[in-house]
Design a protein around this ligand. Structure first.
Ligand code: PMP
Length: 487
């Protein structure tokens, strides 16, 4: 391939970068370089979904209605194979926090590929970028009490790392019977067996049962629908705290390792708890010696208007699972974080039982770590949490205005940074969830009118890049206004 030879002849990374940029900025050069290798649009359309199974999709549906082919992205906008451009109100998948055009991350990844494309971080070796990345991640979450970092390849890995290390922590402390986990209904914690077991949505569970034994679920702090029929968020928080205590006593406190929750439930519909909720959960965990894991895979790195979701509620967790915004989606990386309370137990162990027999080939991957260093430098330089907060309020207020014209809007949830959920119903009084066909029509119309949104059951979910501008938020709102008329 021409690009490859071009790079081989280059003497320095800057040289390489210049040549790459020249090539990439010049469509003719690019065609020359990769044209022979790339298949044309007809091939792509003919083969779409024929060989590739898609996560969270039915293979039969994908064959009948092949997925949209996204060709390129710039800023906060994506363009499909037909040339249709929209604002990406999903931010990839809650992850492209810095938008699609961050050259600092792209260059860091490219450079690292030439310096050291891979080396293992299993005990005995490490790499420069991993050391720097761990320093930066720890610093970013020092205010949350985090002091140690364990790198993974994504959110599901990070969740499972926390669950496994929570059990090991209790064994090291001489309480090996603490093996169970408690979590919230409507929570999403990834799709590994551990994460799926604490997952609070049965769509992700039923076909894969039996899951991990010893996992129990509490009601979600979801005021729109809950078993107590409680619309007051603070009273609902107290009810759930009481259920938590009841469950702990029933199970036996000394059988429970950890409680895991998202500070704001994301995939479950953007469910924002009462400000007291996480504190109540923290207090209950402390009372019964249970570790609190804050799943910050979505809420970390500025999305909620602060660097972590837990910080928003004034809570210091014992462990945190992160991913997504750690590289803005440019490279698959996650991290599990440990507080002093947890890390000291491992680090002070003299029996050998503190050895972490857990990890991934790509833990602390040098290219991933380079992406982390660049992404977090940019995240801090741009102070993305500030824009997330301002644009989040604009989006929330805008949707609240739209709801006055569209009586299918049953509930709007958000107001904390750039996470928004709109629950659609066909009957306001009965709260009948809007059916799937109508949801799909709304999605399609919104897309045609200029915004990509995400569907989660009868919810429209939005999590645009944190770098989004005021006018781009307006574009989302205008497209959504049109989309909601498709009902
Ligand atoms: N936890 C939460 C809170 C998530 O939102 C997700 C993914 N959306 C995960 C875990 C799993 O992350 P991944 O898809 O990267 O494995």
């Amino acid at each position: 391939m021409v690009t490859h030879n071009l790079l081989k002849l280059s003497s320095s990374f800057d040289d390489i970068l210049d040549k790459l940029k020249t090539g990439i900025n010049n469509a003719n050069v690019l065609n020359l370089q990769v044209g022979k290798k790339m298949k044309d649009d007809n091939f792509l359309k003919a083969n779409n979904a024929k060989h590739l199974w898609h996560p969270m999709g039915h293979p039969k549906d994908s064959l009948e209605k092949p997925p949209r082919i996204i060709r390129k992205a710039e800023g906060v906008k994506i363009t499909d194979i037909e040339g249709h451009q929209t604002v990406d109100a999903v931010g990839g998948l809650w992850c492209v926090n810095l938008g699609y055009s961050n050259d600092t991350i792209k260059e860091a990844i490219t450079k690292q590929l030439y310096d050291l494309p891979y080396y293992s971080s299993f005990a005995g070796t490490t790499n420069a970028m991993a050391i720097e990345a761990s320093f930066m991640v720890r610093n970013l979450f020092a205010e949350d009490g985090m002091s140690r970092v364990f790198f993974t390849s994504g959110g599901s890995d990070s969740v499972d790392t926390c669950l496994r290390l929570a059990r090991q922590y209790h064994r090291l402390k001489g309480e090996p019977t603490r093996t169970k986990f408690i979590s919230l209904k409507k929570g999403y914690h990834g799709t590994h067996f551990g994460g799926a077991s604490v997952n609070g949505n049965n769509r992700f569970r039923i076909n894969y049962e039996p899951l991990l034994p010893g996992c129990f679920h509490l009601p979600s702090p979801y005021t729109y629908r809950n078993p107590y029929n409680e619309t007051d968020s603070s009273k609902l928080a107290q009810n759930i705290a009481a259920s938590f205590e009841d469950e702990i006593v029933f199970q036996g406190a000394n059988s429970i390792a950890a409680f895991i929750m998202e500070p704001i439930q994301g995939a479950g519909g953007v469910i924002v708890p009462d400000p007291s909720f996480m504190t109540l959960m923290r207090e209950m965990c402390d009372k019964y010696g249970i570790l609190l894991i804050s799943d910050e895979v979505i809420t970390g790195f500025g999305r909620t208007g602060d660097w972590s979701g837990a910080r928003h509620w004034g809570v210091k967790p014992d462990m945190m699972s992160t991913a997504k915004g750690i590289t803005s989606g440019y490279y698959p990386v996650g991290a599990a974080l440990m507080s002093d309370k947890v890390s000291e137990v491992f680090e002070n162990d003299k029996t050998g039982e503190g050895t972490i027999f857990h990890g991934y080939t790509y833990s602390a991957h040098p290219v991933g770590a380079a992406a982390v260093v660049a992404c977090l430098s940019e995240t801090e330089r741009l102070d993305t949490k500030v824009n997330a907060e301002a644009r989040g309020i604009q989006l929330y207020n805008g949707v609240t205005e739209l709801a006055k014209r569209h009586n299918i809007v049953g509930d709007i949830r958000g107001g904390h940074g750039l996470m928004l959920g709109i629950e659609l119903v066909s009957d306001q009084n009965k709260k009948t969830p809007l059916d799937n066909d109508h949801m799909k029509k709304i999605h399609q119309k919104t897309y045609e009118c200029g915004a990509m949104v995400r569907l989660g059951l009868n919810n429209i979910l939005m999590s645009p890049p944190l770098t989004i501008s005021e006018s781009e938020i307006n574009q989302i709102l205008e497209a959504l206004d049109e989309g909601l008329t498709a009902f």
